[in-house]
Design a protein. Structure first.
Lengths: 111, 117
């Protein structure tokens, strides 16, 4: 059973608008979360992270929100740009042992 | 700049062949990981290692083995390749030593797209 879920396999957004990518997790012991971005034929690159002691972390156009009670996090991209088109993976730090990844959401930003 | 290098970008092998995927990192990281990426399944952990000569099974170790003879190098071995091992293989590393890690991030290589015919 997947511990990290991204229920939307794909998302299309108009350039300049907001992109919201969602992620849910089942293990309430997870306390650190990361978002990665992946272009085809390349390795994932780190985007932004959040610790469970916070409910928001911002870095430029990217903001991650964490709702611990709902075991839910979301990545907001504002404004969305065509270069943001990629697959986005949500990941959780698994007890400091390794990282558990979700299945990914493919974002398409339309010009 | 941080670098994780995977020896091959594309590889085509025959069923039953022994396959070696090599990964080298230049960041003096303690921890190294092998994942495979398949559509709809995301990144699934095959094996990881906290230190030289140490290895731990991930979620899908069957059909794979690993070798970590030097700190900077982590090899993934497919003992007898099968068609269901056709996938994108991703190596990653992270910094803090030992099993106890703080909040840190993974650095990934560019991946090896393996096709087993």
């Amino acid at each position: 059973d997947q511990q990290v879920k991204q229920n939307s396999p794909s998302l299309s957004v108009q350039e300049g608008r907001i992109s919201i990518l969602n992620c849910d997790y089942t293990n309430s012991m997870f306390d650190y979360f990361l978002w990665y971005k992946k272009y085809p034929a390349e390795g994932p690159t780190f985007l932004i992270s959040i610790s469970s002691i916070k409910d928001k972390n911002e870095d430029g156009r990217f903001t991650v929100f964490l709702n611990k009670s709902a075991k839910h996090l979301s990545l907001h991209i504002v404004p969305s740009q065509p270069g943001d088109s990629a697959v986005y993976f949500c990941a959780a730090d698994n007890y400091g042992q390794n990282f558990v990844f979700g299945p990914g959401t493919r974002l398409s930003v339309l010009p | 700049d941080v670098k994780v290098t995977q020896s091959s970008r594309y590889l085509v092998k025959r069923t039953g062949e022994k396959v070696f995927l090599e990964c080298v990192q230049d960041m003096d990281h303690e921890n190294m990981f092998w994942y495979r990426q398949d559509p709809g399944l995301g990144l699934r952990l095959i094996y990881f290692s906290y230190d030289v000569k140490m290895k731990e099974k991930g979620d899908i170790p069957e059909g794979y083995s690993v070798s970590r003879e030097k700190k900077e190098r982590f090899s993934l071995i497919l003992e007898s390749a099968s068609t269901n091992q056709t996938s994108m293989y991703l190596c990653a590393s992270s910094g803090t030593g030992g099993q106890k890690r703080g909040n840190e991030k993974l650095f990934f290589g560019s991946g090896t797209q393996l096709s087993v015919l």
